[in-house]
Design a protein around this ligand. Structure first.
Ligand code: 4GM
Length: 181
């Protein structure tokens, strides 16, 4: 399964690509993780990626243009990888709360482009290119990276071949309503 994560902190994703079952899946190419840094698409001497919200509001948001270009780049990578059905998911405390059932539906896609917000989120003009807004729970973190890792880790367990036969994902706790452990 193809994943492209749009993040200002790509190194954080080593937590899932270098360790454990998800790390093994990445090495075996069962999950392909690409990290795209919007700063690489920023212009000017200072390569700024934050700005005051368009239309007003408190704090700073991530600038629309570098994000739009990073997402465009992610779509090109997906196409090259042969992944056709790849929605853009935005991790946000205002999104739909993630449940095991929704995770199983996500596995039907060829991949996901996962957008991680920082500051107060992203410029509202980016909303037009977001397909789904997902939250991992009713709390606010300093960035969308940890939620994105939760989503990718959880999803990877349903990708065929990722779990060994003694680690099966489908007939456990949340799927049958019982606590297995
Ligand atoms: C505010 C708005 C996701 C903050 C948009 C992201 C928690 C979650 C952020 C944002 C986040 C969550 C960044 N905090 N509950 N912080 O899934 O992207």
């Amino acid at each position: 399964m193809f994943f492209a994560v749009i993040t200002l902190f790509p190194e954080m994703f080593e937590a899932i690509t270098a360790y454990g079952i998800s790390g093994r899946a990445a090495k075996r190419d069962l999950i392909q993780m690409h990290c795209i840094n919007p700063r690489d698409f920023a212009t000017g001497n200072y390569k700024r990626v934050d700005e005051r919200p368009f239309g007003g509001g408190p704090g700073m948001v991530m600038m629309a243009e570098p994000l739009a270009q990073a997402i465009q780049h992610a779509k090109q990578l997906a196409q090259k990888a042969g992944a056709a059905n790849v929605p853009v998911v935005y991790m946000s405390p205002q999104g739909q709360t993630l449940h095991e059932h929704a995770v199983q539906q996500f596995v039907e896609y060829d991949g996901l482009i996962v957008l991680c917000g920082r500051y107060e989120g992203v410029d509202e003009r980016v909303n037009a290119i977001i397909d789904e807004e997902i939250s991992i729970g009713d709390y606010v973190l300093t960035g969308g990276e940890l939620p994105a890792m939760v989503l990718v880790d959880c999803l990877s367990r349903f990708v065929p071949g990722v779990l060994g036969s003694s680690e099966s994902a489908e007939d456990e706790s949340h799927s049958n309503g019982l606590l297995e452990y």
